[in-house]
Design a protein around this ligand. Structure first.
Ligand SMILES: *Cc1c(COP(=O)(O)O)cnc(C)c1O
Length: 428
């Protein structure tokens, strides 16, 4: 490299990868991060983190002791210091297969499971595997933007179908059929749903599977919130309908076990007819996994014991607290004049609500609303724009109930303070 005289080197590199920039524009993490950055650090009130779903810092959602002990035992056993195999350690895959099979009408085998470094990694792999030239995938709106970001990064076209707020956020089946063409390869769905807090019924899941069959596409079902339900509907795994259409189930321990920092997820071929295998999808997943990262061997080593030793009491207690939190959140939001909540949350850790921007004085949109709320009230909420729904909000209730109450109170006073004077008159 030549010196340009002044002693400065003309470095040739830069960081302007356009696909990375396009993908990062879709990242909700960046958006929510910015909002956390707006919080006034001198505000004596505790930060109410209603912007992202991670209950693990709160004592009431602390992971099961048995799960923590399983990790400690794996770490000190000396057995998990080597590189694991490409799909994951056999005993770990086998434990996950047996665990998922409990809820299916057929048995999964060890070879149906690929372990990943969290469910986000599973999303990364699937979006890469499906990125055949010209192919497109159908993604839900509102959705979980990691799908869009990973598809954009890999050059896979995505199209949005709607979730219908007036129908309990069910999939707009007719919309899906209208959207698909001969290049559509998959439909992605999330159940229980982030961001809507909805849980799909057996009948609705059947319809989705039948639609996929009609279109000749696979179903990718994000079940990271499996069994995280606290309403009247039970969780039904999409794999139950694997006879109708091939289902790739994405999951992990982040949400149900409340340990997102442990980074263990999976891809399961819930495909009793073996269509994914025949189409070499499994092969492709293993190839991608082999050139990608491994989940830490210690966590893989611990997973059989994490699954076997976590008592049902842990899940029951966690869901009881989540139900209480969801109730607080829903009741508080329902009473705010500027907010409409079309559907009471019955699963996951979130609820989607619509904001009436015309109610406010000097607030432009949902992003402006969330920015000012973070600055003035130390409350972070995720703007709907980040999920494809402008002037909506996604609120998580996966926080300690007293802090949630406090956060809701601050949200309410923020709304009243910024209401148009005429409005204020009407409500006081
Ligand atoms: C949290 C979440 C994930 C990511 O899970 P990790 O295991 O933490 O990577 C994936 N999908 C949805 C819908 C989520 O809400």
């Amino acid at each position: 490299m030549e010196d340009n005289g002044g002693g400065e080197v003309a470095w040739r590199f830069g960081a302007a990868n356009p696909s990375l920039e396009a993908a990062s524009a879709l990242s909700i993490r960046a958006l929510v991060h910015r909002l956390y950055g707006c919080v006034d650090r001198n505000d004596p009130r505790p930060l109410a983190p209603l912007g992202h779903g991670d209950p693990s810092p709160f004592a009431c959602f602390r992971a099961a002791a048995a799960a923590e002990e399983a990790v400690a035992a794996a770490a000190t056993s000396g057995k998990y210091n080597s590189y694991p195999t490409a799909a994951g350690l056999t005993e770990a895959c086998s434990a996950v297969a047996a665990y998922l099979s409990r809820y299916l009408p057929y048995e999964l085998s060890t070879g149906d499971i690929v372990l990943t470094a969290g469910c986000n990694h599973a999303i990364e792999i699937m979006m890469a595997v499906l990125a055949m030239p010209g192919a497109n995938v159908l993604l839900p709106r509102p959705g979980y933007p990691m799908y869009e970001a990973r598809a954009a990064l890999g050059g896979l076209e995505f199209r949005h179908y709607n979730l219908l707020p007036d129908k309990g956020w069910e999939v707009d089946i007719e919309g899906v059929e209208a959207l698909a063409d001969e290049n559509t390869v998959a439909i992605v769905m999330v159940n229980p749903n982030n961001p809507c807090g909805s849980v799909y019924s057996y009948e609705h899941l059947t319809k989705i599977a039948e639609t996929a069959r009609k279109l000749g596409i696979m179903v990718i079902c994000d079940e990271i919130y499996e069994h995280c339900t606290f309403g009247s509907k039970p969780f039904v795994p999409m794999g139950v309908f694997g006879e109708i259409a091939p289902v790739v189930t994405l999951g992990g321990i982040s949400k149900r076990w409340m340990v997102p920092g442990w980074r263990l997820g999976w891809i399961a071929m819930t495909d009793p007819k073996g269509i994914l295998r025949k189409k070499k999808i499994l092969e492709s997943i293993i190839i991608y996994r082999g050139i990608s990262v491994d989940p830490a061997a210690i966590i893989q080593g611990a997973i059989p014991q994490i699954i076997a030793n976590t008592d049902d009491v842990f899940f029951t207690n966690a869901m009881n607290t989540m139900r209480e939190a969801a109730e607080i959140c829903y009741q508080r939001l329902k009473c705010m004049e500027c907010i409409t909540c079309p559907h009471k949350p019955e699963g996951s850790m979130f609820v989607m609500v619509e904001l009436d921007i015309s109610y406010f004085n000097g607030i432009d949109d949902d992003i402006d609303f969330c920015t000012k709320l973070a600055k003035e009230e130390c409350v972070v909420i995720c703007p709907g724009s980040g999920l494809g729904m402008k002037n909506w909000l996604r609120v998580t209730f996966a926080v300690d109930p007293p802090l949630l109450e406090d956060g809701m109170e601050r949200l309410k006073s923020f709304c009243l303070r910024h209401a148009k004077p005429t409005r204020n008159h009407a409500t006081s």
